[in-house]
Ligand binder design. Structure first.
Ligand SMILES: *Cc1c(COP(=O)(O)O)cnc(C)c1O
Length: 317
């Protein structure tokens, strides 16, 4: 695996494709959490999530090597990011989605001229299909997290946080397959190891929590958290050792805590964010970090949520 230098190179390479997203601050949220809370606003990123950073870094380098076609297996933010980057670079893409994929997500991929192929219901069916389609046309399959170039791209979030929030004490990051946090850990720990980095998973998708506890990659059965970007069944072979090496802590949040955080950010801060992102705010609001008066940066990883689903999702709060 590479290091800080690779993340700086990624930053230069992807700069024309992405926004340097702002930092938002809320005194209400800070007061409620008894810490000074800053939000890194990747829900305002192009394509609506940080996933474009890794996708741009990976696809650009494949295109530089002569690739003229890419595929991915994702109904969500990674699929949109790969389709968008491919379109921008002028090459076709095929995104393999589950047969029950959400219509609004499929439409978003199509708006970036990604070809849609529906296949099965699980990633175990979709990934081989996406790899097979890539091979058929001498293209390249773009994985969602377990790839050095994807990790370096996601790590650019960490470089921006260091510059934008002076004297940050703690950075809180949602954990799915671990690409985002592995990149942020590399960027932060190789620049300023005194900044703590803490991961957050839903209780219902605690594969990384269990893996860290067991000291080896541990798989969980399919889960149904509302944080749909964090529903991975196990951490990656490349991402997991980076977490083992650098991570300060990993906390779990309940579905109820995620919903409450989502509502708080939408109502009080007027920001449309998706449930996966709300987990970092949930960790602060529910006092899982057990700290006071610290400068805490919560990574808001994305904002892609079908607005019609929000009200039923929050019902009963
Ligand atoms: C993909 C994703 C995550 C998790 O990222 P990993 O690199 O898989 O850990 C978190 N939030 C959102 C919005 C995502 O799209």
């Amino acid at each position: 695996m590479g290091n800080l230098g690779d993340i700086h190179k990624a930053r230069e390479r992807i700069q024309p494709f992405i926004h340097q997203t702002p930092i938002l601050h809320s005194s209400q949220l800070s007061k409620r959490c008894q810490n000074n809370i800053f939000l890194k606003a990747e829900h305002l990123q192009k394509t609506g999530s940080f996933k474009i950073r890794g996708a741009a870094n990976k696809v650009m380098q494949e295109v530089a090597k002569g690739t003229t076609y890419v595929t991915a297996a994702s109904s969500g933010n990674h699929g949109q990011a790969v389709a968008y980057v491919a379109q921008t670079l002028g090459i076709p893409s095929t995104i393999v989605v589950p047969e029950d994929a959400n219509v609004s997500k499929v439409k978003a991929i199509q708006s970036y001229h990604g070809n849609i192929v529906a296949c099965g219901l699980t990633s175990a069916e979709r990934i081989p299909k996406a790899k097979e389609l890539a091979i058929e046309k001498q293209g390249v399959y773009i994985p969602p997290y377990d790839d050095p170039l994807i990790i370096f791209g996601q790590g650019t979030v960490g470089l921006e946080i260091i510059e934008q929030v002076k004297d940050a004490d703690i950075v809180v990051v949602p954990v799915g397959g671990g690409g985002l946090i592995a990149g942020i850990l590399t960027a932060i720990k190789e620049t300023n190891p005194s900044i703590q980095v803490i991961g957050v998973e839903p209780e219902a998708a605690n594969d990384t929590y269990l893996s860290l506890k067991n000291g080896h990659i541990t798989q969980i059965s399919p889960t149904s958290t509302i944080a749909d970007g964090l529903r991975t069944s196990q951490p990656g072979d490349l991402t997991f050792p980076i977490l083992q090496n650098y991570l300060d802590d990993l906390v779990l949040v309940s579905e109820e805590e995620i919903k409450q955080a989502l509502l708080f950010v939408m109502e009080r801060m007027k920001q449309l964010i998706e449930p996966s992102s709300a987990t970092t705010v949930a960790a602060c609001l529910s006092e899982k970090l057990q700290v006071l008066n610290k400068r805490i940066v919560c990574v808001i990883s994305g904002g892609n949520v079908d607005v019609h689903t929000i009200e039923p999702m929050l019902a009963g709060l």
